[in-house]
Design a protein around this ligand. Structure first.
Ligand code: FE2
Length: 363
């Protein structure tokens, strides 16, 4: 099937399915139960927890907020104002439920490493779980788990993205993620005193790479489980890539899905998106941080040793400046630094989308 036909079919299929999801959310009584992004859970190999945290402290604006462990895992909580929190975690026992989705060619040496879970704030968690379980959604635990300050449940990894969605209902001190029997550690991991880090702010969006044929299912599944809606998609035909954006509101964290237009084929260049999935599996490719004074910040990050897949691209006139770091050797995740001018709400400019997509093929 030629690319044009794939594009047309994708768009028609998605457009036809969206109104039904919105209606079902309403009819089932899900409206208003799931809110914005609370946190992300990033799992590392046991020996790589501290280097993963050190890297985030050194190359983002995040601060260490807590460090604790229980029988199952050790967790460092990172945060910054107006942002989802980051729970960086290394497991101690048992087989991770994500092993199957972490076993691609270039990831099998780091089988526990992944941005595993996007956690959303909820109200009426009991009702939410009852409705979703009735719709066939499968959770990792049969019941909601109770913690001193919140209640929590998460789905099994999605067959389309490999990611889990978590749902948290705060009942006590917001931001205290420690379990009942947790032992607290002193915050020995210090944030470097680098002035440019004050220009790097909240998590703006994260982009998950999914297979061409799973793109619509991934978006629909995400909409069924959250209050998000599909917003728009940008097609890069020359590189066989689509970037699709789901939003809650223009001020909330955005969920981005990147996929091929046509599925992977051995006999043609599949483009960087399908090739990435071949090498790394379906997973989060990058986390984007809102960045002020982006020229100076980019220079300072480079002077501090950070390496990039692409130079700083875009301009104030076009509404956006952005760049991608090399993937972290510890988490395999790329950092995007992004500055929007005058409320520009796109994810790249027309002139740069091809260059940025191509740059990710260097991984
Ligand atoms: Fe991005």
């Amino acid at each position: 099937m030629p690319q044009e036909a794939f594009m047309a079919r994708q768009e028609q299929d998605l457009a036809a399915r969206i109104p039904a999801v919105l209606r079902r959310r309403k009819d089932l009584g899900l409206e208003g139960l799931v809110h914005g992004l609370d946190s992300v859970i990033i799992s590392t190999e046991p020996g790589r927890l501290e280097p993963s945290v050190e890297e985030l402290l050194r190359y983002t604006g995040l601060f260490a907020e807590a460090y604790f462990e229980d029988e199952t895992c050790t967790t460092v909580v990172l945060g910054i104002k107006n942002s989802a929190s980051f729970l960086i975690r290394a497991g101690k026992t048992g087989k991770s439920p994500f092993i199957a989705v972490n076993s691609a060619e270039k990831t099998k040496n780091l089988p526990n490493t992944r941005l595993e879970t996007f956690v959303f704030r909820t109200t009426g968690l009991d009702r939410f779980v009852e409705i979703q379980a009735g719709q066939g959604v499968r959770f990792m635990t049969p019941e909601i788990t109770e913690y001193p300050h919140f209640r929590f449940i998460q789905t099994i990894p999605s067959r389309y993205t490999g990611n889990s969605l978590g749902f948290i209902e705060w009942k006590g001190y917001k931001g205290d993620y420690a379990p009942q029997d947790a032992r607290s550690h002193p915050l020995s991991l210090k944030k470097p005193a680098l002035p440019h880090l004050a220009s790097i702010h909240h998590l703006d969006h994260a982009a998950t790479r999914v297979k061409a044929l799973d793109r619509n299912d991934a978006i629909i599944e995400f909409m069924e489980l959250t209050g998000y809606s599909f917003d728009f998609a940008v097609f890069v035909r020359s590189l066989n890539s689509i970037t699709s954006v789901a939003r809650l509101s223009k001020d909330d964290y955005a969920m981005v899905f990147t996929s091929g237009i046509e599925p992977f084929r051995e006999d043609t260049d599949p483009g960087p998106t399908e090739m990435f999935i071949r090498n790394y599996g379906t997973r989060v490719h990058h986390m984007a941080f809102q960045t002020d004074h982006i020229e100076d910040t980019y220079d300072a990050l480079r002077n501090d040793g950070m390496e990039f897949l692409v130079e700083l691209v875009g301009s104030e006139d076009e509404g956006l400046k952005q760049t991608f770091s090399l993937p972290s050797p510890h988490t395999m995740i790329v950092n995007e630094y992004i500055h929007r001018y005058k409320g520009f709400d796109g994810f790249f400019t027309k002139n740069n989308v091809e260059m940025l997509t191509r740059a990710t093929g260097k991984q």
